[in-house]
Design a protein. Structure first.
Length: 121
């Protein structure tokens, strides 16, 4: 999955963690900010330039199972080669990334709707 898909996965995982931690139904705008931070965290291996982290350090941190600290980045990329970019069929990765992004936006919109319809304490 490329950058959009990783961003959506990281953002959705962040929202899930926040939901489990605090069940206030996304009442606070900080949830949206934390989900964006989670999305950026999950796509760090794609956006950090080689001049900052390159060579052996990049190989050890971003191109190994250690990259799973970025919300399962390495695992998603390893499935990418077999599931989403199969040689026999069409590439599914752009569609999966777009679907995850739409789900993330829908979750945020539903959270905003709940926030505006409920009482503020």
């Amino acid at each position: 999955m490329e950058t959009l898909g990783h961003f959506a996965v990281g953002s959705l995982i962040s929202l899930l963690i926040l939901r489990v931690y605090d069940r206030s139904r996304f009442r606070y705008p900080k949830y949206r900010a934390y989900s964006i931070i989670g999305g950026v965290w999950s796509m760090l291996p794609h956006i950090v330039p080689n001049q900052i982290i390159g060579g052996e350090q990049r190989q050890q941190l971003f191109l190994s199972p250690t990259a799973n600290i970025f919300f399962f980045h390495w695992t998603i990329d390893s499935y990418d080669k077999t599931v989403f970019w199969s040689e026999q069929g069409p590439a599914l990765e752009p569609y999966v990334s777009l679907m995850l992004a739409v789900v993330y936006i829908a979750v945020l919109l539903v959270g905003i709707r709940f926030r505006s319809s409920g009482k503020e304490y």
